[in-house]
Ligand binder design. Structure first.
Ligand SMILES: Nc1ncnc2c1ncn2[C@@H]1O[C@H](COP(=O)(O)OP(=O)(O)OP(=O)(O)O)[C@@H](O)[C@H]1O
Ligand SMILES: [Mg+2]
Length: 139
C-alpha cells in the first residue's frame, strides 16, 4: 500500500508527522529515506510533537541516537555515519530495531535496511521545487 503526500513547507511536513504519530504503537519503527535536507528531521519533529515530547528534537547525528520522553519513548536514530549494519550491531543499537518500549524513527534507514523488521512504515522524502517535498509512504 503506497500513499503519496506533497507538503508545501516544513510546517506541513511536521503536521503530517503529528498525524502519523497517532497511528504508532509501541514496537513500531518509522524508516526515513531521503537526501540531505529533504525533511527527515523535520518529519521526526512532527512525530515527536504528536507523541507529546516536550524537549526540542535536534538532529542526533553526532550521537547516533537520542531518546525523548513523550506519551511513550521516542528513539531517534540517525544512520548517516553508519557504514554498515554491522556497525549498529557493534554499538548495541539494534535493541532499538525494533524498540522494546516506544517507537524508533530512523533517518538514512536505507543504510541499515536489513536491520529493520518487515511490516514497518517506510517514508521516502524527495525535493520538489522550492519548499515542496514529495513523501512516499509505504508499509
Ligand atoms: N516541505 C518541507 N518539508 C520539510 N522541510 C522543509 C520543507 N520545505 C523546506 N524545508 C526545509 O528543509 C530543511 C529540511 O531539513 P531537515 O533537517 O529536516 O532535513 P534532513 O532530511 O533531516 O537532512 P539531513 O539529511 O541533513 O539529516 C529545513 O531547513 C526545512 O525548514
Ligand atoms: Mg536529519
Amino acid at each position: 500500500m503506497e500513499r503519496v503526500v506533497i507538503t508545501e513547507g516544513p510546517e506541513d511536513t511536521m503536521r503530517l508527522g503529528e498525524e502519523l504519530a497517532r497511528e504508532l504503537r509501541a514496537g513500531d519503527v518509522v524508516a526515513l529515506v531521503g537526501e540531505l535536507g529533504s525533511g527527515k528531521t523535520t518529519l521526526a519533529k512532527g512525530i515527536a510533537q504528536g507523541l507529546f515530547v516536550r524537549e526540542p528534537v535536534i538532529s542526533p547525528s553526532f550521537l547516533l541516537a537520542r531518546t525523548y520522553r513523550g506519551q511513550m519513548p521516542l528513539h531517534h536514530l540517525d544512520a548517516y555515519r553508519v557504514n554498515s549494519p554491522q556497525e549498529l550491531v557493534e554499538v548495541g543499537l539494534t535493541e532499538l530495531l525494533p524498540p522494546e518500549e516506544g517507537v524508533t524513527v530512523v533517518e538514512w534507514a536505507d543504510r541499515v535496511e536489513e536491520l529493520i523488521p518487515p511490516g514497518n512504515l517506510w517514508i521516502r522524502l524527495e525535493h520538489l521545487d522550492g519548499d515542496r517535498r514529495k513523501l512516499t509512504l509505504r508499509r
